[in-house]
Design a protein around this ligand. Structure first.
Ligand code: ACO
Length: 329
């Protein structure tokens, strides 16, 4: 086997839409209350794109910050992965639109669809190319604009999601640092717990698909809740074991921001203190594949991490997919 070098996150960036939608704004749209949303989900407001903001636009803005902080010129980027389930359009990929705007002319570019786990999948895929020496670096972006595909008549889903983007640059780091272990999982048997039936090649847009509201997210919230609490705990433990660590060795957990009750449950089961578990769901809701890189970028900006801190990143999402990574900062 080729020699395996350490790969780590050398910079981060994020971009959020300007528009804020509060719980009281939602009270005007569906039968809900600020109180219900806050206590059942932990969300107070979310950012929603306007007509002149796009998925690729947010991705570009987040990526520009990450590139600048890495002091990497666009033409030096080897690989661009955009993890998203909400590309601007079916063809071409969001990553090619982003590639053009960033002018990363020497980068291979592709989209990766793994629901809310997309960013962790993307990091794991990119890491392989750098580790085996094929590429020198990668720009991995987690971005989703779920608001256009959320059914604003369905209170079960429309209160949960927000739009946003986060980006990281991955590159070789000194031995013993960076990504120590990662694992990706999937179970397509549970595809119908969270899906959008219309708009693909099976049910392309037609009058009847629009009438049946097939272009909107359908979700079985309670079943996902049960699945999420189990996999957050199990996959965190799994990746820790892969590098001979235990939850007691962790400095910080960065969990997918879907529901504060899911996060708190997982944190308790892992025996973590409140301050070790990073949370921003109250301000952004569930931003799908952007959730972890946004959390990461905010934490970096706040100077939360010290050199050598042990971090676990863990997520779950449509597919179903789930996964986790452990990294030494
Ligand atoms: N406002 C008021 N009442 C509501 C709302 C709302 N926004 N939404 C649901 N309710 C009602 C329900 O209709 C139900 O009423 P009923 O008892 O009269 O039928 C009641 O509240 C309880 O509903 P539950 O679904 O049992 O509520 P629960 O406590 O499970 O919370 C929630 C629902 C928040 C959706 C929760 O199940 C959850 O967070 N699940 C995980 C969802 C998730 O993470 N999805 C995304 C994962 S993948 C990704 O990130 C893309």
């Amino acid at each position: 086997m080729a020699s395996r070098g350490a790969v780590g996150i050398i910079s981060t960036g994020r971009a959020l839409p300007v528009g804020r939608v509060s719980n009281s704004d939602l009270e005007e749209i569906v039968e809900t209350s600020d109180q219900w949303i806050k206590t059942r989900t932990g969300i107070e407001e979310r950012r929603i794109i306007s007509n002149d903001e796009t998925c690729s636009g947010l991705a570009v803005a987040a990526a520009e910050k990450a590139l600048e902080r890495a002091a990497l010129k666009p033409e030096e980027v080897d690989l661009l992965i955009v993890a998203t389930v909400t590309p601007d359009q079916p063809l071409p990929s969001a990553s090619c639109l982003v590639q053009a705007r960033l002018n990363t002319i020497n980068a291979a570019a592709f989209d990766l669809a793994a629901g809310c786990t997309g960013f962790l999948y993307g990091m794991n895929v990119a890491e392989q190319f750098i580790k085996n020496g094929t590429l020198k670096n990668a720009l991995v972006i987690g971005v989703d604009t779920l608001s256009p595909i959320v059914d604003w008549q369905d209170r079960n889903t429309c209160v949960l999601f927000g739009d946003g983007a986060g980006a990281v640059v991955l590159a070789p780091v000194e031995d013993g640092r960076g990504l120590l272990a990662s694992k990706m999982f999937s179970d397509g048997h549970k595809a119908e717990l969270l899906y959008v039936p219309g708009g693909g090649s099976r049910f392309p847009a037609a009058q009847w698909t629009i009438k049946e509201r097939l272009h909107y997210i359908k979700m079985n919230g309670p079943e996902i809740f049960k699945f999420a609490v189990t996999v957050l705990v199990d996959s965190t433990r799994h990746v820790l074991e892969m590098c001979n660590k235990t939850p007691g060795d962790l400095d910080f957990l960065l969990p997918h921001q879907a529901n504060i009750r899911i996060i708190n449950f997982a944190a308790r089961r892992l025996g973590l203190k409140r301050e070790q578990v990073l949370v921003n769901i109250l301000r952004y809701g569930n931003t799908s594949s952007a959730s972890i890189p946004i959390l990461l970028d905010e934490a970096v900006e706040q100077g939360k991490f010290n050199e050598g801190d042990l971090l676990a990143l863990v997520s779950f999402g449509a597919g179903l997919t789930w996964g986790a990574s452990v990294l030494k900062w």
